[in-house]
Design a protein around this ligand. Structure first.
Ligand code: FAD
Length: 370
């Protein structure tokens, strides 16, 4: 690389902390580090022109778990572990809202809804029968009733006649949230270099040598926040999980408002700008979706369109305007991995499907390892 003396001195020398990845975790980590070490020189390296993983691609649900998910978690976790997961998500959401402000991220408390397919009668009945038990359990966090039952007022078709409502779930504008985080990071004097992929990290005694696809340099500490791409830097316990999404054109008099979970959370949709944003279907072929490659498949897209016309908008004509995908980081356990890997290398990865909720907190926890 043909760096000048000035370029080298200003951007690439005496770096205290290098963060790999500018998603919610990387940016939140950078802000926390600057708060703790105001004089530190912090550099973020991001391989995309924009952040290019999940943080700018997601559905913007400000959620902490549907009733069926909590019941399911209680089958494999102790009560205390399950509560801790919910507490973390809720605390993370509060932190995100406090850091950026509800107006800035367009937080709207429109409630969350869990819908059940006609085939899911047994699960629906299990949820109804355990609703009070779970509400009692959640009192320690919310001090109030979280889940109630409501009739199908949005006129969805081919689902159970009632659904569960979560009064503590809301929605945000994902783009606004990420724009605000990026602005905050830049205002704090933290540098971001885009279109720069970290290819290797070599731990030396008192520093770390970082290879990128553009240049090589060294930093005192490195913090990896690459989530679904973590395996590429040698972190074995994180698997990529692609999620496909589509959005309709604006729909006149759209009557649907809220965030909706369908079929045990494998599908999710919401209103935004008089449109329906709809994603999911990873369960149709888990193996094919275990990839870091962006893209869409015929299988998933056909199913999304089928559910859209048969369940969500059965009496409304609509056009699909745009489709995209994002890459999540998942693993056998639901907890994120926040740890020190070697002398000077740390990671905060494996955010699963709720990184909007826990991302700020995981970024903070990652910085607090130092
Ligand atoms: C379609 C979709 C819908 C979702 N919906 C929701 C939702 O409604 N609510 C919710 O709470 N969560 C949701 N999530 C999950 C949430 O978006 C993620 O958990 C969260 O954004 C993860 O943030 P992160 O910073 O850990 O990872 P990311 O945002 O993926 O950031 C990692 C960054 O690292 C960069 N990177 C990777 N490798 C390298 C490298 N070698 N060198 C340099 N840079 C690198 C990537 O380009 C990326 O920008 C959804 C995810 C997807 C994909």
């Amino acid at each position: 690389m043909n760096f000048s003396y000035w370029e080298y001195k200003t951007w690439l020398s005496n770096i205290d902390f290098t963060i790999v990845g500018s998603g919610i975790v990387g940016l939140s980590c950078a802000l926390r580090l600057k708060q703790k070490f105001p004089a530190a020189k912090i550099l973020i390296l991001e391989r995309g022109i924009l952040p290019n993983g999940a943080s700018t691609k997601n559905a913007g649900f400000a959620c902490f778990g549907s009733l069926s998910e909590i019941i399911d978690d209680l089958k494999s976790h102790t009560e205390q572990e399950a509560l801790q997961l919910i507490q973390k998500r809720y605390t993370g959401l509060q932190l995100l809202r406090k850091t950026l402000g509800d107006q800035v991220i367009n937080y709207l408390p429109h409630y969350g809804y869990e819908l059940f397919t006609l085939d899911d009668q047994t699960l629906f009945e299990e949820c109804i029968s355990k609703k009070e038990e779970i509400n009692t359990l959640l009192k320690s966090i919310f001090k109030d009733t979280v889940f109630t039952v409501q009739n199908n007022i949005f006129n969805f078709k081919n689902i159970q006649p009632q659904y569960l409502v979560n009064q503590y779930e809301g929605q945000i504008d994902t783009g606004k949230m990420m724009e605000a985080l990026l602005n905050k990071v830049q205002e704090a004097g933290i540098k971001i270099l885009n279109s720069c992929t970290v290819t290797a990290i070599q731990n030396l005694n008192t520093s770390v040598k970082i290879n990128t696809d553009q240049f090589t340099f060294s930093s005192n500490k490195v913090l990896i926040a690459t989530n679904g791409f973590a395996e590429q830097l040698g972190l074995q316990k994180v698997k990529p999980a692609r999620a496909q999404v589509l959005i309709t054109q604006p729909i006149k008099d759209l009557h649907i408002k809220g965030t909706f979970h369908l079929d045990k959370g494998y599908y999710y949709f919401r209103n935004i700008d008089n449109r329906i944003l709809f994603g999911g279907g990873r369960n149709l072929d888990f193996k094919a979706e275990e990839t870091t490659n962006f893209g869409q498949t015929q299988l998933v897209q056909t199913q999304l369109e089928k559910i859209l016309s048969e369940v969500i908008l059965p009496d409304t004509s609509f056009e699909i305007e745009h489709r995209w995908s994002g890459i999540m980081g998942v693993g056998q356990k639901k907890e994120a991995v926040v740890k020190q890997i070697s002398n000077n290398v740390y990671c905060g990865v494996r955010l699963g499907g709720m990184g909007v909720a826990i991302g700020s907190l995981i970024g903070t926890e990652l910085a607090d390892l130092l």
